[in-house]
Design a binder for this molecule. Structure first.
Ligand code: FAD
Length: 398
């Protein structure tokens, strides 16, 4: 304790044993950090990666061991504290208290507690009502009989639609998607991409309801469930999956000194600094605002790893790591959707190639005429080239 904050000997306390937490520790060690590093996790499991939970894990082609983040042949030199989450942040002395009453001190505290699945206002855990955020959720859905069943998925985001494609693979009899947009993701990605994604699912028999919100689930006597919609309609299903987004897991910080945004995300600068000396945040629980690149996206794998890299360098007092362009992907059936750049900030969308029906769109996102992002459906080569060019540009300007 009491080493300078920006030092290779400081005590680093990482709160959250997920993707960003793992990578902060790994990157700190790679930068030559020699001080003690502890990782506190509320889950009673080794740290794991989440993307497969809505894909290969859900249809049983990979197991939990395949998701482990740490490499058993080259394990991280850290102390893991699993099964008891942080309930309080103390700034003097700096550290956190966990639910079992233990106080963990650190010269640097990195908050990487991720997010929690949002649920409908009335959404029981019984019967067929599921969410998808952690491995227990994934296991529950993986063990649930899907073949021959009627499935309702609430939410037209990537997570829900990836689950849809897995359920079809597992022999679901009927799948209905209930979302607040006519075409999935159209507000964020543009109408053409929304139409192409919807077409991808419709041509395989998936049904989409009219744009509407779902508000509750009720059980019926025959064991099925009813999804109640705000327009008065109802959808009967054997399995209901709620994929309506995630909320930063920061409830435990609500009455403390950190500044939280309207969504509950911890507000940070472009180094993950929270404004409280020695306290940093990254990944799905944090909203970074970069002076150079504007608001950074939340809820993307690559962003969490990138932020972890930047925080680790900042803790060490190493030269700032330049930002890479944001990047995400989603796998639906045999289509790989990839997006790169600052898509959310664009004000024009142009189709460069492909068609809505072909499921092979290549789309350019522009801000006042300048290309700032790209999205491709089964366009791996083009996306790779675009990202490479952008990385070269970022490095040249650093
Ligand atoms: C099912 C699923 C599929 C996804 N697929 C994709 C994809 O295809 N492409 C893509 O780009 N991104 C995808 N993502 C997003 C990506 O996985 C996340 O952005 C990433 O996991 C964020 O990392 P994180 O470390 O911030 O949070 P997490 O990986 O969620 O880790 C946070 C950890 O902190 C723990 N925690 C919470 N509260 C506390 C507390 N108080 N004390 C201690 N520990 C706590 C949590 O239990 C968790 O273990 C997917 C996410 C999910 C859930």
């Amino acid at each position: 304790m009491n080493a300078p904050i920006h030092s290779s000997e400081s005590t680093v306390l990482i709160v959250g044993a997920g993707l960003a937490g793992y990578h902060v520790a790994r990157q700190a060690r790679q930068h030559g950090h020699t001080g003690p590093i502890s990782i506190i996790g509320d889950e009673n499991r080794p740290a794991y990666d989440r993307p497969a939970l809505s894909k290969a894990f859900l249809n049983g082609t990979v197991n939990f061991e395949d998701l482990h983040l740490d490499d058993p042949s080259n394990p991280l030199e850290v102390t893991w504290h699993s099964g008891s989450g942080a309930v309080e942040l103390s700034t003097e002395p700096l550290g956190v208290r966990t639910a079992d009453g233990t106080f963990h001190a650190g010269d640097n505290v990195v908050i990487v507690t991720g997010a929690e699945a949002q649920r409908l206002p009335s959404f029981g855990r019984s019967g067929g009502a599921f969410v998808l955020r952690n491995v227990e959720d994934g296991l529950a859905l993986r063990e649930r009989m899907i073949e021959g069943q009627r499935i309702a998925v609430v939410g037209g985001g990537f997570l829900g639609l990836e689950a849809v494609s897995t359920f079809l693979d597992r022999g679901a009899a009927e799948i209905t998607v209930i979302a607040d947009e006519q075409f999935p993701g159209e507000a964020r990605l543009g109408a053409a991409v929304g139409q192409a994604i919807r077409h991808l699912h419709e041509q395989r028999g998936v049904k989409f309801g009219p744009p509407v919100y779902a508000h509750s689930v009720t059980d019926t006597e025959d064991g099925s469930q009813v999804l109640n919609l705000t327009n008065g309609d109802a959808v009967q299903a054997d399995v209901i999956v709620c994929a309506i987004g995630a909320t930063p897991a920061t409830r435990w910080l609500r009455d403390g000194e950190l500044t939280l945004g309207p969504s509950g995300a911890i507000l940070c600068d472009d180094f993950g600094f929270t404004g409280i000396p020695g306290v940093w945040a990254a990944g799905d629980c944090a909203q970074w605002t970069s002076q150079a690149a504007g608001i950074r996206p939340i809820g993307q794998w690559q962003e969490a790893v990138e932020q972890a890299r930047i925080v680790a360098a900042a803790i060490m007092g190493a030269p700032p790591v330049p930002f890479q362009e944001p990047y995400f992907w989603s796998e639906q059936y045999d289509v790989m959707i990839q997006g790169a750049g600052r898509i959310a900030q664009s004000n024009e969308v142009h189709i460069l190639d492909g068609s809505i029906e072909g499921g092979d769109l290549l789309v350019s996102y522009r801000l006042d005429g300048e290309e700032i992002g790209i999205l491709g459906m089964n366009r791996m080569r083009e996306i790779k080239r675009w990202r490479k060019m952008r990385t070269a540009r970022v490095l040249a300007s650093a």
